[in-house]
Structure formats: C-alpha cells, structure tokens
Write a protein that binds this ligand. Sequence first.
Ligand code: PMP
Length: 334
Amino acid sequence: MRYAETIVDLVGGTPLVRLNAVTEGISATVLAKVEYLNPGGSVKDRIAVRMVDAAEASGELQPGGTIVEPTSGNTGVGLALVAQQRGYSCVFVCPDKVGEEKRAVLRAYGAEVVVCPTAVEPDHPESYYSVSDRLARELPGGWKPDQYSNPNGPRSHYETTGPEIWSDTDGRLTHFVAGVGTGGTITGTGRYLKEVSADRDGGPVAVVGVDPVGSVYSGGSGRPYLVEGVGEDMWPRAYDPSVPDRIVAVSDAEAFAMTRRLAREEGLLVGGSCGMAVVGALEVARELGPDDVVVVLLPDSGRGYLAKIFDDRWMRSYGFSTDDTGSRTAPAAG
Ligand code: PMP
C-alpha cells in the first residue's frame, strides 16, 4: 500500500507545468511551479512544517501550546494543518483587506481569526503585527513563528523548493522568478539555485523578484495595493536583498488581468500574486531565446479570490478591465 502517514507528509514535491498560451510570441520555455497542489493549497505549507519542527526541537513550542501568527491566510492554513496533527491551538491575526473566504478557511481548520485594519502603520497598536505580538505574549504557551524574521522560512525553500526545481529541470533553468512577500521564497529558493549552478557553463541561475507597484522592494513607500500576500511596507529579515539580481514592479491591473487569463487560457485557477509573478516572468522571458528556461513560482489557488479578482463587479468597482480576451483571437464559430 502506498500512503502518507499524515497530511503533513504530503507537503512539497509540487510539479512544473509549461505555460503555453500567455507566452505567445516568446521563444524561451516558461514553466510554472504549481504550489496550490500542496495539501493546504499554498507554498506556505513548506515554511509552516519547517518552523514548527524547529520550534519543537528548540523547546520554544511546548506540548499543548498556542501558535499566534499575523498571516494573510496561507501561512495560517499551513500552520493549522501541522498544529492539528500535533495538538496545538492556533490564533491568526490578519489585515482587513484579506477576503472573507480566506478567513473562513482558517476557521474551518479549527483556528481562531482576529481581524485588524490594513491602513495603519506597522508600529500602531492596532496593526496586525502589534496585535499578534501582544497575543503571543498574553496567551499561555503562546509562540509566534514570525514568518517575517524566522530563518526556517527561507531555509525550507533552500532545502525543498530549490532542489525540486533544480532536479525537475535537470539543472537547465536559466531564470527563477517569484513574487516577494516576506521574501522567504525568493531568498531560500534563489540562494540554493545560485549556489548549485555557480560553476556551470553559461553562468548561475538569474533570480528575479516581482513586487507590487508601491511596495518597498521596488522602491515604493508601502502605498496600499490590492494584490494579497506580496509586497511590504517594511524590510523583513526573511528577505536577503543580495539574492535577487533584479526586481520587477507590477501593477494591480496587470496582475489581475493575468490572473484571469491563467484561469481561462492555461487552466490554472490561481491567486493574484501568481498573475503578478507571471507578468514579471514574461517581461524577463521576452528578452530571452529558445535555450532559456524560466521557472515562475505560483504560490496559491484562485479559490480564495472568487469574490474579488474573478468577480466582474468587484473588478469594475476598482476600475479594472474585465475584458479577458487578452491577445487571444476569438475561436472560430461552429
Ligand atoms: N503570494 C501569496 C498568496 C502569499 O501568501 C505569499 C506569502 N506571503 C507570497 C506570495 C510571497 O511569498 P514569500 O512570503 O515567501 O515572499
């Protein structure tokens, strides 16, 4: 019989799929790493397992303890899975821009959700950073993984995401592209891929971060944008700015249009940060030739955004186009 002991053992090992439609006119191979196929539905399952393992080993997390984390949902799901299997409670603190569906998912896993205003400074007492700090201190057995500074976040990507991509491309990828939120994905995966390719002919893998327009990574001040899970208004310790060779800034409008195209043209129902990352990947790929292989990481599923990006009324209410024909020619009648 072939089966996993627990759902946690199914984290990682996600596949690559070639993008065929949105890459029209591009000669490089563009491969997407489909992280929504993780059991919790996102890339964040990887860091959740690694952070909890490390906290158990160090004694920071004791039997029966409570995990408290500021999360836009995905890290919460990953942590909730691990917590459930190992007997911990979970309290998640998220900004109010996070969709109700995402909060409902966390509650479904048995976690408690506390909602805080998005439009306050990080050091404001009501910010989701401040509230999670206070709860971690006040709740008995409270432990805050802190994905923004925990070195086990980037480490999980160094140990799993990077090696998977290297192995699945037979060491032939030339560019790695990922959105930047905490920076853990780009830092850990990018560092591994650069190290492992350092001495090969043709030079090391180029690492490209993608950031919402207005966020600090691409030179902004943290001006609010609507895409979730990426961009920052401060510099997290999980991010090593020496890893990316380049940062591409993408607008909400471009990110959301591409997210809708990925569902309609590639059969990939993914989140807004995936559309954003693909816009960045295509910008890079347009400059490349047929021997180049670009891998772009798609962090999560589109299920959490059905009432937003995939809802025409929501899109129009922010002035975004709902014309999804893109560059595609209409199918012939009959
Ligand atoms: N997209 C989504 C939907 C996310 O939840 C996250 C995690 N914040 C990211 C992208 C960015 O990943 P990282 O935090 O590793 O930079």
